[in-house]
Design a protein around this ligand. Structure first.
Ligand code: KDG
Ligand code: MG
Length: 416
């Protein structure tokens, strides 16, 4: 363990970076972690995991970013962000922005450790008692899905995402045998799924009708379309779900074309969430400024770190758009902690996704955050409150894994 708080130095003195290493580990699934060390012995961690393309970020960091960090002042977080973003000339993109995010989060971790404060205190302090989260209930049938949702309700969750098998399809996004620790990436070549919009559009309203009947109205219900619909289909599904008051409908249509969300908005009052694959503010600028969405799901690890996500949240706040950060299992506990410190401190927090990590993952990344009555709290440990057990990490070497791909019933390549 590095000292959490070094001997006091002159305020404003530089804190030179002396080391930057990338740790890849697979305690059941792959994680990439950047560790930045300073002359005082304080170190910070940043998540750099990009599911299915992990090694591209490893190379970006090791070959191009880490050599730039040595000797730089760890305290100059914004300047470092600008240096890496503008200095690459080739701006944006998921690989580069994930690498920048890892540096940014590691530097915030260092700054907060040096200050002796949990990170959210440096971000303006707590705006709320904790970060309300949603869990994932999924099942092959509607009855199985509702039984899972009841399990979450019993655990104290106030919000739950519902995903159910589509009759006639061999497998469906979001449904897995391994309920609590759902992980879509698998070893070997990408698994090929088959998709039917027609069958899907019929089962989701049935799921929500049954869920309201059995779960009541006090729990928030969410659903992820996972980029599968056209704007007009999304408008129809949103309208069909309106009687059941979903908290949000996520990734209803691919969002490269931000203006497409006007069509969905025109047809439904179901709240819309989008953005887990966004790399920067430019991916959601129009969506926010035209109030085409209600929740922006951009997250620390894939959208440039805490510094950049705060800019997205500040823009969103002007337009009554709230945050709804991605928090799937492919975001490591380092990301989860960063999301919690961010979520504690932004005024327009909405809801945080929380897919639990396995005990194997939690052992590699011991952390201070904890779940209680539907909320996560980042804890009061200085910094992010997450560590990395490097010996244990080394015992779980990288294993290549791919996310699935998706085809229509006639074989046409589609969105997964
Ligand atoms: O790696 C892909 C997953 O992060 C993604 O499929 C999970 O859509 C997802 C969600 O909402 O958690
Ligand atoms: Mg999603």
């Amino acid at each position: 363990m590095s000292p959490l708080k070094p001997a006091p130095t002159k305020a404003g003195a530089a804190l030179p970076i002396t080391g930057a290493t990338v740790v890849v580990t697979c305690p059941g699934r792959n994680f990439v972690t950047l560790k930045i060390t300073t002359a005082d012995g304080v170190y910070g961690l940043g998540d750099a995991t990009l599911n299915g393309r992990e090694m591209a970020v490893v190379a970006y960091l090791q070959d191009h970013v880490c050599p730039l960090l040595i000797g730089k002042d760890a305290h100059r977080i914004e300047d470092m962000w600008q240096f890496l973003y503008r200095g690459a000339y080739w701006r944006g993109g998921p690989v580069g922005m994930t690498a920048i995010a890892a540096v940014d989060v590691a530097l915030w971790d260092i700054k907060a450790k040096v200050a002796g404060l949990p990170l959210y205190q440096l971000l303006g302090g707590a705006c709320r008692e904790g970060v309300t989260v949603y869990g994932h209930a999924n099942g092959e049938t509607i009855a199985d899905t509702i039984a899972e949702a009841k399990r979450y309700q019993a655990m104290g969750y106030k919000a739950v995402r519902l995903q159910t098998g589509v009759p006639g399809l061999a497998d469906t996004y979001g449904v897995s045998a391994d309920k609590m620790f759902y992980e879509p990436a698998a070893a070997g070549l990408p698994q090929e799924s088959v998709w039917s919009t027609n069958a899907y559009m019929r089962v989701v309203p049935e799921l929500f009708a049954a869920a309201r009947e059995e779960l009541g109205w006090d729990i928030e219900l969410l659903h992820d379309v996972h980029h599968r619909l056209t704007p007009i289909e999304a408008g129809r599904l949103g309208r069909d779900l309106e009687p059941f008051r979903p908290f949000w409908l996520e990734d209803a249509t691919p969002a490269e074309n931000q203006a497409a969300f006007r069509t969905i908005r025109h047809h439904t009052t179901t709240p819309l969430a989008v953005g887990e694959i966004f790399s920067s503010i430019w991916s959601c600028k129009q969506l926010i400024e035209e109030q085409l969405i209600d929740y922006v799901r951009a997250t620390v690890v894939h959208a440039g770190g805490i510094s950049h996500l705060r800019k997205i949240a500040a823009l969103a706040d002007l337009y009554q758009v709230r945050t709804g950060c991605h928090g799937a299992t492919d975001l490591s506990p380092v990301s989860m902690a960063a999301a919690l410190h961010f979520g504690m401190s932004v005024p327009n927090f909405g809801l945080q996704e929380y897919m639990r990590h396995t005990p194997e993952t939690d052992a590699v990344f011991p952390h201070a955050y904890s779940f209680d009555q539907g909320m996560l709290h980042p804890g009061d440990t200085p910094g992010l409150g997450v560590d990395l057990d490097e010996d244990l990490a080394a015992a779980h070497p990288y294993r290549r894994a791919y996310l699935p791909v998706n085809r229509l019933e006639d074989g046409t390549m589609f969105n997964w």
